[in-house]
Ligand binder design. Structure first.
Ligand SMILES: NC(=O)c1ccc[n+]([C@@H]2O[C@H](COP(=O)([O-])OP(=O)(O)OC[C@H]3O[C@@H](n4cnc5c(N)ncnc54)[C@H](O)[C@@H]3O)[C@@H](O)[C@H]2O)c1
Length: 354
């Protein structure tokens, strides 16, 4: 059976490149549509092309440019939409640019898909930021972590029934796009589904202070440089290894008829809930030396606690259990050490998986 051609917008980015590698490895032709605006992602594209010379087709173009986007959609049998302005900080300095990429770019994609005679599936990467900074959730500081006082919430995390509360221009642009993607299922019958993602981490992540903080922390630590923590460092996130995110996206495509029109929270869940300070301790153990840090004020929209309730996505997609966070962070540390040649002159990465 011929495998369908898959279009991945933002396919040279961190999540996109991992998904493209998985799909191409499985016999799909993958159209990587990416403007290559994020520093370092051209390396991901070169890596994909070297691994799958016959299966990766690259279109270097902008999601705001409806012409090439429409042509790419016309050739696709399914679409994963990852291209985005990804940083909250950038959205605060350039809200219009952020909206043009994240909202109008998504609308361009939806319109190109609506123009097709037969509908094809669309899976969209949304964000936990659609739920705002959750100011009503009572938290208690326990050791190095802020945790909900409510034991049920602590055990389960935030569900999809949480009211939407867009905060920051990035939250607004991604949240509006999330709603458009769902509505194109309702209004036009497109088979679409949305993943409201928590922090994803793993190989091929070009982490910076503004986005991709697990990789950023590791890069700074491996360079022997200090890390700036915004807030008190006790903020908690449920981190998810990219291999588990890829498994969810692939399962969603297989089951699109059953899940069309739905939004799911996707993260590591309560078992992989960890504070920034706890991650820094783990990184110190991996690199064999403490990580220097400085503290700055909280940034707008920062959630003190966000952990996904993953029961809905796990059930709907029959997902296995997520990679344990210590093991996953060690895996990323090992990849960065090799990729960036950090190993010489530094302490060995204790326990890091090769
Ligand atoms: N990584 C996470 O933790 C996380 C969490 C929540 C949501 N998300 C969402 O998941 C998606 C993928 O995130 P990622 O971490 O892989 O980010 P990434 O920055 O690595 O990938 C995004 C890609 O989009 C491309 N791009 C940016 N603007 C573009 C434009 N105007 N036209 C075409 N391409 C453009 C970039 O060059 C980059 O390759 C994004 O939509 C992001 O908002 C990510």
């Amino acid at each position: 059976m011929t495998k369908r051609t898959v279009l991945i917008t933002g396919g040279a980015g961190f999540v996109g490149a991992n998904l493209a590698d998985s799909l191409a490895g499985d016999g799909h032709t993958v159209i990587v549509y990416d403007a290559l605006v994020r520093p370092g992602v051209a390396r991901n594209l070169a890596w994909l092309q070297a691994r799958h010379p016959d299966r990766i087709r690259s279109i270097v173009a902008d999601i705001r440019d409806a012409g090439p986007l429409g042509e790419a959609v016309a050739e696709a049998g399914a679409v994963f939409h990852f291209a985005a302005q990804v940083a909250v900080t950038t959205s605060l300095t350039d809200p219009r640019g952020d909206a043009e990429v994240n909202l109008i770019g998504t609308l361009n994609l939806l319109e190109a898909m609506r123009a097709r005679a037969r509908p094809i599936p669309l899976l969209f990467a949304s964000t936990n930021k659609v739920y705002g900074d959750l100011p009503d959730i009572a938290l208690a500081r326990e050791g190095d972590a802020h945790l909900p006082v409510d034991p049920t919430l602590r055990a389960r995390g935030i569900g999809e029934d949480r009211p939407l509360d867009f905060h920051t221009p990035y939250g607004c642009s991604k949240g509006a796009a999330d709603q458009y993607v769902l509505d194109y299922s309702r209004s036009f019958g497109l088979p679409t589904a949305v993943f409201r993602m928590s922090c994803i981490y793993g190989p091929r992540q070009m982490g910076t202070e503004d986005q991709g903080w697990v990789a950023h922390f590791l890069i700074r630590a491996l360079e022997g440089k200090a890390i700036t923590l915004y807030g008190d460092g006790a903020q908690v996130r449920d981190i998810l290894h990219v291999r588990d995110a890829v498994a969810a996206y692939r399962a969603a495509l297989t089951r699109i008829d059953a899940i069309a029109g739905r939004a799911f929270n996707l993260g590591g869940g309560p078992r992989n809930a960890v504070s920034l300070l706890q991650i820094l301790d783990h990184i110190a153990a991996l690199t064999g030396r403490p990580v220097e840090r400085t503290l700055q004020d909280w940034r707008p929209g920062d959630q003190r606690y966000y952990v996904s309730d993953t029961r809905a996505v796990t059930e709907a997609l029959s997902l296995g259990s997520a990679t344990e966070w210590r093991e996953g962070v060690a895996d990323l540390a090992a990849w960065l050490a090799t990729e960036r040649g950090f190993r010489s002159g530094h302490a060995p990465l204790a326990g890091a998986a090769e």
